[in-house]
Design a protein around this ligand. Structure first.
Ligand SMILES: [Zn+2]
Length: 91
């Protein structure tokens, strides 16, 4: 295990607009070890993660790049399901 420097807050980058910020400012989209894609804030959900601003336009952009970011081939309905999940949380 690598020990983290005390007080160090890792920066995340939005895959939509490229803005950097704190983890709490973004949606976290995770590809789990079961190859499922979920939106999860919890660190307990582990896997390759992508971050997106809580912003409609960023989400739209991000969905076009999510496949590359998570290194996963999305089915069309899988992608629209994910889009819906995020949109619900935007409200
Ligand atoms: Zn963004």
């Amino acid at each position: 295990m690598v020990k983290k420097r005390p007080g160090h807050v890792p920066e995340r980058t939005c895959i939509g607009c490229g803005k950097k910020g704190k983890k709490s400012e973004f949606f976290r989209i995770v590809k789990t070890t079961d190859d499922e894609v979920v939106v999860a804030e919890s660190i307990k959900v582990q896997g390759r993660s992508a971050y997106v601003c809580r912003d409609k336009n960023c989400v739209k952009l991000a969905l076009k790049r999510i496949s590359r970011a998570l290194r996963k081939d999305f089915e069309k309905d899988e992608l629209s399901k994910l889009a819906l999940t995020i949109e619900e949380q935007l409200r």
